[in-house]
Design a protein around this ligand. Structure first.
Ligand SMILES: NC(=O)c1ccc[n+]([C@@H]2O[C@H](COP(=O)([O-])OP(=O)(O)OC[C@H]3O[C@@H](n4cnc5c(N)ncnc54)[C@H](OP(=O)(O)O)[C@@H]3O)[C@@H](O)[C@H]2O)c1
Length: 425
């Protein structure tokens, strides 16, 4: 079986290494030897790790994909183009594709590519696109295929989990920990995709498809990143018995709509997701019959991600030889829950003037919008007071109206942290 590898960066070069090191074992598992037919790169002059055979490098990915001797295509370039066109051309030529490209899969073109693969009767496999080495997509697609899943929620971005872990453990500010993460190579120089939640939103969209059978685009996911999470909120959360995590959540709501969202959340210390530290990922699944499950592991990195790619590659090769494909249940367009209808408990921290009557005025604003207060704490400092409210479950629309009115209240100096509370039983 001849394999075209598109991209030889972190993941592509690790994949080439595994294919070489484990060639004998993989041949046994696949029932055929896997030969790398070519490795497409963007810049032929760039130095490569020693194990990458330079004779296989090519700058012409499009020609490699349609080379009649190529049986399977692995796309590890990333981004929408040229990756999208290359995947399309492979599928049109009847070749199975393995990809780790979450951005492409969560784009409108991703929906078309899945439909094209189904029409062509070839595999489009993407285990590595969500949570790296964690066998999540296959677990949802196969082991849990008969399960009615209520909710999938996970820590699917290692960079933000590293930052939030350090903020909690060192009491450090967001900006300082981001700089540390960048120095360690755990955050990109432009960290926007991670810290603003775009990466997690693409993964949430993919999970909505795999776990619930709905087509959701990454752009339609309700999204909030971690840039406004303050050290003081993390410390307060810890004091109250919560860990702060950036969660990707996909859940059925009462009327069978789907809520797909990414936001920082306060998770009770007793919840398994609260114990996931540093750059690790974990996904917590709640099913009707299965109950609660959690999958945990390395969500990124060249080798862990390449491990998931190899699993898909073996599947694709076996399926091709057997003249079959992995199951691809029909998808429907999702009915997404409007953001204003989301109901969660919330943490709201306000800095107010330390004067009589202020608390009553603030509490009235919450009441005017039907946001019921469960508890309140007050700290005084330098003529101001910090009021920290925990609400009962409230509609997002009502909470936003409350915050808008609080902003207009002369005695509220600033609205500090606002965070949803998730995972309480
Ligand atoms: N890195 C991770 O931890 C991780 C985890 C999960 C999923 N993924 C996904 O895996 C994919 C690859 O990520 P990565 O980290 O390996 O990316 P990367 O290190 O940036 O590598 C990208 C590769 O694509 C090549 N490339 C760029 N333009 C090309 C073109 N026009 N034709 C052919 N090759 C081209 C680059 O060539 P040059 O080397 O010549 O520049 C490079 O080798 C992405 O979809 C990413 O989202 C990555």
């Amino acid at each position: 079986m001849r394999v075209a590898v598109l991209g030889c960066g972190n993941v592509g070069s690790a994949l080439v290494g595994i294919l070489e090191d484990r060639a004998g074992a993989l041949a046994v598992q696949c029932g055929a030897r896997l030969d790398v037919a070519g490795i497409a790169v963007g810049d032929l002059s760039r130095p490569r790790p020693a194990h990458v055979p330079t004779s296989l490098l090519t700058g012409d990915a499009a020609a490699l994909v349609v080379d009649p001797s190529v049986d399977v295509v692995v796309e590890l370039i990333g981004g929408l183009e040229p990756a999208g066109s290359l995947v399309r051309s492979a599928l049109e030529a009847g070749k199975p594709v393995v990809t780790a490209n979450k951005a492409l899969l969560a784009s409108p073109e991703g929906v078309h590519l899945r439909a094209l693969a189904a029409k062509q009767g070839v595999d489009l496999l993407y285990e590595a696109a969500v949570a790296g080495a964690i066998p999540l997509v296959r677990a949802l697609r196969e082991s849990l295929t008969g399960e009615r899943i209520h909710r999938v929620m996970g820590i699917v971005n290692g960079t933000t989990n590293f930052i939030l872990t350090k903020m909690a453990e060192q009491g450090a500010d967001y900006a300082d920990v981001l700089a540390e993460a960048q120095a360690l190579g755990l955050a990109e120089r432009d960290p926007t995709a991670d810290v603003e939640g775009f990466d997690a939103a693409a993964k949430a969209a993919i999970l909505a498809g795999v776990a619930f059978g709905y087509d959701v685009a990454g752009a339609d996911v309700m999204r909030e990143g971690i840039t406004s999470v303050r050290a003081v909120d993390v410390e307060f959360a810890e004091r109250l018995g919560y860990a702060v995590k950036l969660l990707a959540i996909v859940e059925r709501t009462g009327d069978d709509a789907l809520s797909v969202r990414v936001h920082p959340a306060m998770v009770p210390r007793t919840h398994p997701l609260a114990a996931v530290r540093d750059a690790f990922n974990a996904v917590f699944i709640e099913g009707e019959a299965a109950g609660e499950l959690m999958l945990y592991g390395q969500g990124a990195g060249g080798l862990p991600t390449a491990s998931a790619v190899v699993g898909d590659l073996i599947d694709a090769v076996r399926n091709r030889q057997a003249g079959t494909t992995a199951p691809t249940p029909d998808r429907q367009p999702a009915r997404l829950l409007p953001e204003a209808e989301l109901v969660t408990r919330c943490y709201v921290s306000l800095d107010v003037a330390d004067r009589p009557g202020v608390l009553a005025a603030v509490a009235r604003v919450f009441g005017d919008h039907n946001v019921s207060i469960r508890s309140m704490e007050q700290d005084g400092f330098a003529g101001e007071a910090r009021l920290v409210f925990m609400t009962h479950p409230a509609r997002e629309g009502d909470l936003r109206a409350t915050l808008a009115d609080l902003r207009d209240l002369g005695t509220v100096e600033r609205i500090g942290g606002v965070m949803r509370i998730v995972g309480e039983s």
